[in-house]
Design a protein around this ligand. Sequence first.
Ligand SMILES: *Cc1c(COP(=O)(O)O)cnc(C)c1O
Length: 420
Amino acid sequence: MREAAVSDVDVFVRRESQVRSYCRSFPAVFRSARGAVLIAEDGSEYLDFLCVAGAANYGHNDPVLKDAVLRYLAEDGVLASLDLHTVAKRAFLEAFERLILKPRGLPHRVQFTGPTGTNAVEAALKAARKATGRSTILAFTNGYHGMSLGALAATGNAQARRGAGVPLAHTVFARFDGYGEGDSLALLERQLDDPSGGIDLPAAAIVETVQGEGGCNAASWRWLERLAYLLHTRGILLIIDDVQAGCGRTGTFFSFERAGIAPDLIVLSKSIGGLGLPMSLLLLRPELDLWQPGEHNGTFRGNNLAFVAARAAIERYWTDGAFAQGVQARGDIIRARIERMAARHRGLSYTGRGLLAGLRCSDPARAEAISRLAYRRRLIIERCGPHDEVVKTMPPLNIPIEQLHEGLDRLERTVDETMP
Ligand SMILES: *Cc1c(COP(=O)(O)O)cnc(C)c1O
């Protein structure tokens, strides 16, 4: 196997902050990208099963999305606009209402926040606290919601939490589905209803249906339904953080659709901007939209290139159910192939849902070796989970089936290579 050619990375090492992380595992210097392929400056091609952590759900440089953006640029379309009315924003809102919200019976208002997922999470937490007059947020083990202080307080990971430098307050943690023995919701219910249970009535619970960073842990539909009921009957708002699991990644546009629940607040980011352009949304039930004008503000709430790409993505991929079916079919392929690998190797198992899935290794060192050796086979595949023990398969949602199998072939050969 030929090693990736050595590129000039001196300036990154010399000048860029130590905080950089992904580039340490995948140190090539990339020049261009198309679909599921990233091309380094030495011409070598990598299959991308990381996809910007889910911000490139439609693959890189989707030609239809890119054309829409190029046309908008050529016409001197407004690029940055705060929250001024623009033609691009209107077209996005109309498409989002017509093709996403209305068909799913969601009456929610759309709040444009600053362009990062964590900013939209902050907005959700603030909106829930404002609407209820309560301060406590209920979060779940292994949850990940972002790096700003409010979102970080609801994030489980100790290393991320340590970076805060201040106490992370006003959050209590409950067990996610499958965490530990017994019925996690029965315990939560008892604690909430027990005058000595130690939990102040929360404003809201924030939860991912599939924990993207926390190990591709998928909550069952039944667990989500029971959680929604438990919260609803106690006046606790339900925030679904669909930043990673949403936008089709798990097989439906919103990850909770098949659970039959109606979240009060929904957070979207990562792939909502279509081409990987920064954009984030908070969807609020109309009665929770209690903001004073400008109360949650942000200069870059008006990224019109992202509006153009987002609209193009919705109109290209979400006019009927075909795209979602394609995601489910690809998810089935990943599941079958990972289960086949797990059947041949001790200590491996499948985890996840749809195309937010992975290979769980009982030994984290093996997951590290798989990711490292897969890179030598020109497959970019990252890890997640509390011990980085899950090798996470996140190809584009529209990856050609042949290419999907090619990536899984490389993964399988790597798994065989790391047989203890
Ligand atoms: C990535 C992510 C966030 C944070 O988004 P940023 O854009 O990195 O701030 C929040 N929640 C989930 C579930 C995520 O995967």
